[in-house]
Design a protein around this ligand. Structure first.
Ligand SMILES: Cc1cc2nc3c(=O)[nH]c(=O)nc-3n(C[C@H](O)[C@H](O)[C@H](O)COP(=O)(O)OP(=O)(O)OC[C@H]3O[C@@H](n4cnc5c(N)ncnc54)[C@H](O)[C@@H]3O)c2cc1C
Length: 399
């Protein structure tokens, strides 16, 4: 066996891959991250992080650095896209700390990615390689051999490693070594996203909250990032996906969005008028994970979108990747077990929760876009039950 003892090769340096490298290094592993892009970066959009996610990041020693870049929204409010009516409120802020022992944050993706990267660099326990792309993975009994292009010098285009983690996202190339090769599902939904300076909004529309706008033809989520200086906007509508599905980031036009969503309340119109530029994401997912066999095989484990890409309606895709990372490290620490057994332990611990979040994300999407009597029933339920309907204790609470 040529593999360095305790070596883990992580394919993909997104939020999931970097979190996995940090977590595994903290348990004595020697991770190497290979990223196909020329720089470690993230797209210019926000993500929300529930208390389940912030708790996990704090446990990785990131509390102080995170607090320098996040925003802590005070509440999540639901509004009707046409009438503008307030449908329900979930308190976040102090309530999240009291009920779940951890905060609810929103953050710019690039800022979260940088926090992870800087910790990796300053700890110095992980090798990071850019411009690397894998061609072939061979899972032998005693090691994994990876052939690829642009692999780090000295490895002659092949790397031997004790274990491999596929953290290479929705269009994962490593996934096929764990489960039969299939393409992600095209949902028929597209997400228009934008970021604007809070300063550019009329005073009455500057906000400290997450606002979820619900209508039959559109679902929009707006929240502050960059410590409240910018507003992140995502509008999901039915739409023709762009030809190149694998690219996340497409040019988009407000006219097309307006056509797809129909008439909206004047507050939303005013916000739209302040948007400088739109980008478009085609939304794809996979059916919920069916068992541990979809998350690990032999010495290869999958994590994040490579394993369980989901619709964004529960705002937990990156969150589940971060939880995966922590569990992967816990399993790696079981040095009394062979590598394949450790990864099996990981997959066993994670698959059902990921499947539940995937299923709930699909259901939330249906609820957000309800029409006719169903929409009326939803609004009434929100009015009567409000917070208890919008909260997600099974997801947010410490296990
Ligand atoms: C509209 C929208 C809103 C969302 N909002 C939220 C939210 O509020 N909260 C939340 O938690 N999640 C949210 N998500 C989900 C979240 O964006 C993803 O789940 C998360 O980014 C997945 O992280 P990942 O590291 O698994 O994959 P990725 O971020 O896709 O990273 C994969 C990395 O692997 C690299 N790579 C790919 N192939 C190779 C290869 N062959 N070799 C080497 N490197 C490779 C890529 O370049 C990339 O850097 C949202 C998603 C969408 C679409």
């Amino acid at each position: 066996m040529n593999a360095v003892k305790n070596s883990i090769l992580i394919v993909g340096g997104g939020i999931g891959g970097l979190a996995a490298a940090l977590a595994c290094a903290s348990k004595g592993a020697k991770p190497r991250v290979i990223e196909r892009a020329a720089v470690f970066s993230e797209v210019g959009a926000g993500i929300q992080m529930g208390p389940n996610v912030t708790r996990t990041l704090y446990a990785l020693g990131l509390e102080k650095k995170l607090q320098e870049v996040v925003f802590a929204p005070q509440q999540l409010q639901a509004r009707d896209t046409e009438s503008g009516k307030f449908l329900g409120v979930l308190r976040l802020g102090q309530r999240s700390l009291e009920n779940y022992g951890a905060p609810y944050f929103s953050v710019h993706r690039a800022d979260l990615h940088q926090v992870l990267l800087q910790k990796l660099v300053s700890d110095g326990d992980v090798d990071l390689s850019l411009n690397c792309e894998i061609d072939l993975i061979r899972d032998d009994v005693d090691q994994v051999t990876v052939n690829g292009r642009g692999l780090p010098e000295g490895f002659f285009d092949s790397i031997d490693t004790e274990a491999l983690v596929g953290a290479d996202g929705l269009w994962s190339a490593t996934r096929q070594y764990v489960v039969a090769k299939t393409s992600p599902r095209v949902t028929g939904l597209v997400a228009y996203r934008a970021m604007l300076s809070m300063q550019n909004l009329p005073e009455k529309l500057r906000t400290q909250d997450v606002t979820v706008w619900m209508g039959p033809r559109v679902h929009a989520v707006l929240y502050p990032v960059r410590q409240g200086e910018s507003l992140n906007l995502v509008f999901v509508v039915k739409g023709q996906p762009p030809e190149s599905l694998e690219a996340w980031d497409h040019q988009a036009h407000q006219k097309d969005l307006e056509l797809a969503m129909g008439p909206v309340h004047s507050d939303l119109k005013e916000i739209l008028a302040a948007v400088p530029e739109w980008r478009l994401w085609p939304l794809c997912d996979r059916p919920p994970v069916q068992g541990p066999f979809e998350m690990a095989k032999g010495r290869i484990a999958l994590l994040g979108d490579a394993a369980h890409p989901m619709r964004p309606f529960l705002a937990q895709g990156a969150g589940m990747a971060i939880e995966d990372a922590a569990e992967l490290a816990t399993s790696w620490a079981r040095t009394d077990l062979e590598v394949a057994k450790r990864w099996h332990l990981y997959a066993n611990a994670r698959w059902a929760r990921n499947a539940k979040v995937q299923a709930r994300s699909i259901r939330n999407g249906q609820i957000f876009h309800m029409q006719g009597p169903l929409r009326w029933g939803r609004d009434l339920a929100l009015k009567l039950l409000g917070e208890s309907l919008m909260d997600v204790p099974w997801l947010y609470a410490e296990p």
